[in-house]
Ligand binder design. Structure first.
Ligand code: FAD
Length: 291
């Protein structure tokens, strides 16, 4: 099938883009890498009278390390993130999650902002943003605002972005050692969206106790979700590998809208999710303790 006809716009700046979004209203959609939007248009699951292509907007691309964070422009490709030495050092969780996204052809075109704005429940980047408490930057003709990741992902393929807002970038805080990060997921085939997955970030104080801990789950509900009860239990304790299975069970205990479909029942996904948390916990703790 082919997409329904649309008018094509290729602005040069973010300001021009948001002016078009404001002028064209709900008939307009921005397109970044097209790796999620184009299949939806081609299958006629969505149609828009106007597509606004971000490829010429140079200012939306790039990786910018700052004192205690790193800012990544919205149209930075997943492949550029994967290649970045700086991101491997500053935001290892983001770097490690990237190869799990689809296949390299998809990552060559797919963008950070597209993945965050598309907000697939099983996508890796939204879970990473939630784990690291990233701040997402939005622009519209009404001005700029920053949305914490914890308030950005509002449901299945929905975010806090207004229809006329453009995601311009994301700022990821840098965690300093001793700390450890891991992402684990289960997918039926390599490159498929995960049936269930987990990200873990853990930081230790000078005495070796856990002083920072973030656990996020993906593929286990309409949006990624932090396992706050499990995190709270861990703060102030010794990092203990033997606790991994218990942490996994606790992390998924209060999930109430796990999908159930032909790929797996909710009960199955819950078990897989607990196992992914346990695996990620072990890896993150080993890294935090041993470097
Ligand atoms: P587009 O497809 O261009 O846009 C997606 C949506 O985001 C659209 O609604 C668009 O309007 C909006 N959007 C894009 N940029 C902005 C912006 N700056 N501001 C506001 N709105 C914006 N993803 C995963 O996370 N994990 C996977 O395992 C995975 N597997 C895949 C397998 C296949 C076979 C395919 C085709 C895709 C897969 N994807 C996966 C999706 C892929 O990561 C996409 O790249 C990503 O979801 C969307 O990024 P994009 O730049 O292509 O966005």
């Amino acid at each position: 099938m082919k997409p329904a006809a649309f008018d094509y716009h290729a602005p040069d700046s973010a300001e021009e883009t948001v002016a078009l979004l404001a002028e064209l209203g709900e008939e307009a959609k921005v397109i970044a890498g097209g790796q999620s939007l184009v299949p939806m248009l081609a299958l006629r699951l969505a149609s828009f009278g106007h597509l606004i292509d971000l490829r010429r907007v140079e200012a939306l691309r790039g990786i910018e390390p700052r004192d205690t964070s790193v800012r990544i422009g919205a149209t930075t490709t997943q492949a550029a993130i994967q290649r970045s030495e700086e991101l491997r050092r500053l935001t290892p969780l983001l770097a490690r999650a990237t190869p799990l996204i689809g296949h390299f052809q998809i990552r060559n075109r797919g963008t950070l902002g597209g993945s965050l704005a598309h907000a697939d429940a099983a996508a890796e980047y939204p879970a990473v943003a939630l784990t690291l408490d990233a701040e997402l930057e939005a622009l519209s003709v009404r001005g700029r605002r920053t949305i914490p990741a914890g308030r950005f992902f509002t449901g299945t393929w929905t975010t806090a972005l207004a229809e006329d807002e453009l995601l311009t970038g994301a700022v990821f805080p840098v965690w300093w050692p001793p700390c450890g990060f891991a992402v684990e997921e289960f997918a039926r085939r390599s490159g498929d969206f995960a049936l269930a997955g987990a990200t873990v970030a853990v930081g230790l104080d000078a005495a070796g106790r856990i002083d920072r801990c973030a656990i996020a789950l993906f593929g286990l509900g309409p949006a990624p979700r932090r396992a706050r009860t499990a995190e709270a239990e861990l703060i102030g304790t010794e990092p203990d590998l033997d606790k991994a299975d218990g942490i996994g069970s606790l992390a998924v205990a209060d999930l109430d809208s796990i999908p159930s479909d032909l790929h797996g029942s909710a009960a199955y996904r819950r078990r897989v999710g607990a196992a992914m948390v346990a695996r990620a916990w072990r890896r993150a703790v080993r890294e935090a303790v041993h470097g």
